[in-house]
Structures are given as C-alpha cells and as structure tokens.
Design a protein around this ligand. Structure first.
Ligand SMILES: NC(=O)c1ccc[n+]([C@@H]2O[C@H](COP(=O)([O-])OP(=O)(O)OC[C@H]3O[C@@H](n4cnc5c(N)ncnc54)[C@H](O)[C@@H]3O)[C@@H](O)[C@H]2O)c1
Length: 370
C-alpha cells in the first residue's frame, strides 16, 4: 500500500503517546496534527512528535485530515465523534464507542448515512496473542467451544493514573473501561451475544487518589466497581465475565475458552501479545508459538487496518458495529443486575475476519528508541 491516509488526534492525555508514536510507524498513516481542550497539552505533544497543534474545531475542519482519532475521556467521545463525522472525517475512537446506547447508535448511523467509517478501540484482538487464539479455534484445536471465562481483577487506576476521577463516573467503572477488551476478545472469537444477566455493586463509595498531581483527594464513586456478567452467545457458548476495581489480588486466569476437545488459555485481552496455552488430552498443557504479527503495544493497529480497508473498499475489523454490540451488552449486564432478570441485547454483529499475515506490518524500531 503506498497511499497514506492523513490523521489528526483529538485528546493529548495519558494514552496519546503510544498512538502518536505508533501512527508514525504504520505505513498506512500520516500523522499531521493534534488538538486538546487544554491547548498547552496539544502544543507539548506537537513539539515532541513534529506535528501541528490546532484548536479542536480547526482540526475537525481541516480539509487535509481524513481520519480523526478520538482519545478524549468517555464522556466526550460521542460529541467529538459526531462532530468529526459531520465534518466529513472518518473516525477511530478510544473505547467505549459512546456512553449511552442512543449516542452509540447515532454515531454508527451517521457514519453509515455519510458513507464514512467509524472504528473503535480496542484493537488488541488484532494482536498476535488473540489472533493465535483465533487460528487455533478456527483449526478446531479445542473442538466445539462450549464455555468461556474472562476476568479482570484489580484495585482501580487511582494508584497510577494522573486524572483517575473519570474512571468512577458514568460510562467508566471496570465494565465500561476494561470490559471492552474482554468482550471484544470474546465476541471476535465466538460471535455475538444473545442473552445476558449480571450482578453489580459499588463496594467502596469513596476512593482516595494516590497518584500525583491529585494525591489525597477523594473521588465519589457513581458507577458499579465490581461487575459480574453471564453471557449466552448465539452459538450456545456460555461465558462468565468479571470486571472489578474492588479486588486487591486474585489468581484467576485472564481469558479461557473451553471446548469439546480441549481448552485454550489466552493472554490478557488488554495486551497484544501472549502467552497462549492449549490443553489437549494427548499432550496436556502446551505453550503455542504466536502467529506472526503485533505482539507489543500496537495501539493504532485498528486505525491502520481501517485505512487499509478503506483504500481496498472492504469492511474494517475494529468496526462501529462490533463496538456498538459491546456497548449494548455492557448496558444489558448492568440493566439485568438492576432488574434481576435476563435481557436480550438489541444488537448483533459479524465476527471480524482474522488478520492476514502480511496486513498492517510496521516499521521496526530498536527497543532503546521506544
Ligand atoms: N490511560 C490508559 O492507559 C488508557 C488505555 C487505553 C485506553 N484509554 C482510553 O483513552 C481515552 C483517554 O484516556 P486517557 O487516559 O488518555 O485520559 P486523560 O484524561 O489522560 O486524557 C484525555 C485528554 O482529553 C482532553 N479532552 C477532554 N475533553 C476534551 C474535548 N471535549 N475536546 C478535546 N480534548 C478533550 C483532556 O484535556 C486530556 O488531555 C479514554 O477513553 C480511555 O478509556 C486509556
């Protein structure tokens, strides 16, 4: 592929460095500019990465920019995504796609109506670890999948994130913040979810920040911080999901799929690499070498794949439909918990195709340049 697509980033906070760095490594992308509600943040990143800093409205209006990457906090996702689509840009947003279903639906529908692409993080399911799982599943290594588990146990980001407050507000919490990694991994491997139930609680109504610059300040918790979901997939697979900011330590696996002939133990779906382990009766547990691909922190891979898909006129994999289904399932888990019943998600989606061996390779850099 020789024609690059031009990119502007909105939101220059904690996660922006890895995108700024990786956008310059993918041959599909040409990073031009960045913007932030706090202009000094955009100016600092622009100077560091040799790009232009623009006010948000100017970046969205800039005819030179084809794809907007939205790295703002969840509460700002829908407004920026809709404004960028209105301005005629393709969009790739950090997760979740939006906070409410209504905003998520509007975003996907606007993109469709305008003939534009909406893509969404996570793109970790395109990494070498989860693509190895995909290859094993498709090859029948564990037979027919019957059950799965996905567990994210931790004690919240207020120990390390410089602005941790948003993690405890509507649209975040462990389910909306990290749930998308686990749910996207499950859905990309097992297909759509057909029925959901859940249980959720706020175990600690106040959290004290330990990280600078807000150390010592209290956060009022407004969203569940321990969430358990039980998911019936359309295929019949039954999965158990735990996402928690209320667990100091645990020995749960990150991600496993149990089949009629064996078990697949996958990597943390919040990463791009391994390890991937396979249990079969003839050989017991064995570590499986990863397929060729992105095993290090490759955030932005979904944007490069979207650019490549656009040029080729085919669907992109980290799609709005997939992200909307994930959003819908997350809401259904919390609603089922509140209602004390099972609920059916209103949406469905296609299982994205596996990533080809030669798709979206990037410029190698030395470890000491990172
Ligand atoms: N921090 C991580 O490790 C991490 C990892 C993966 C994904 N994410 C996701 O990335 C997104 C950003 O997270 P973060 O940790 O970088 O947050 P952050 O608070 O560090 O940075 C967000 C930036 O967006 C800016 N911003 C806020 N509202 C804006 C608006 N309306 N217009 C323009 N700029 C605006 C803020 O000034 C800030 O600089 C979130 O959706 C988060 O879920 C974060």
């Amino acid at each position: 592929m020789n024609e690059k697509m031009t990119v502007g980033i909105v939101g220059c906070g904690n996660i922006s460095d890895i995108y700024l760095q990786n956008c310059q490594r993918f041959p599909e992308l040409a990073l031009l500019a960045c913007a932030d509600a706090e202009p000094a943040r955009a100016e600092a990143k622009a100077a560091e990465f040799g790009i232009r800093a623009l006010p948000v409205t100017e970046l969205l209006a800039d005819p030179a920019i084809e794809i907007v990457i939205n790295l703002t906090p969840p509460a700002a996702h829908a407004a920026i995504n809709l404004a960028a689509l209105e301005a005629g840009k393709h969009v790739y947003t950090e997760k979740p796609l939006a906070i409410s279903r209504e905003e998520g639906r509007r975003t996907v529908e606007l993109a469709r109506a305008r003939g534009l692409r909406i893509g969404s993080a996570p793109d970790t399911f395109l990494g070498a670890g989860l693509q190895t799982c995909r290859q094993l599943l498709d090859a029948g290594a564990i037979g027919v999948p019957v059950a799965a588990t996905a567990f994210m146990a931790g004690h919240g980001p207020e120990s390390w994130h410089p602005h941790p407050e948003f993690f405890y507000k509507r649209g975040a919490g462990p389910l909306f913040d990290v749930g998308p990694y686990y749910l996207t991994a499950l859905i990309s491997l097992l297909g759509p979810v057909a029925r959901v139930t859940g249980a959720a609680r706020i175990s600690f109504p106040e959290r004290r920040i330990a990280s600078q610059p807000h150390a010592g300040e209290l956060i009022q918790v407004e969203t569940p911080t321990h969430v358990v979901g039980v998911l019936d997939f359309a295929s019949g697979v039954v999965a158990t999901l735990i996402t928690s900011f209320d667990m100091w330590a645990a020995r749960l696996p990150y991600f496993e799929i149990y089949g009629s002939e064996g078990t697949l133990s996958g990597p943390d779906p919040n990463t791009f690499g391994g390890p991937v382990q396979l249990w079969q009766s003839k050989s017991g547990w064995q570590e499986v070498p990863l397929v060729q691909g992105h095993a290090e922190n490759s955030r932005g891979l979904g944007v490069a794949e979207l650019a490549r898909a656009l040029r080729a006129g085919r669907p992109h994999r980290a799609s709005g439909d997939l992200a909307y289904h994930v959003l819908d399932v997350m809401h259904a888990i919390l609603e089922a918990s509140a209602a004390g019943r099972h609920l059916m998600p209103e949406s469905t989606c296609e299982r994205p195709a596996p990533l080809g061996k030669d798709e979206c390779s990037w410029t190698q850099i030395n470890a000491d340049e990172r």
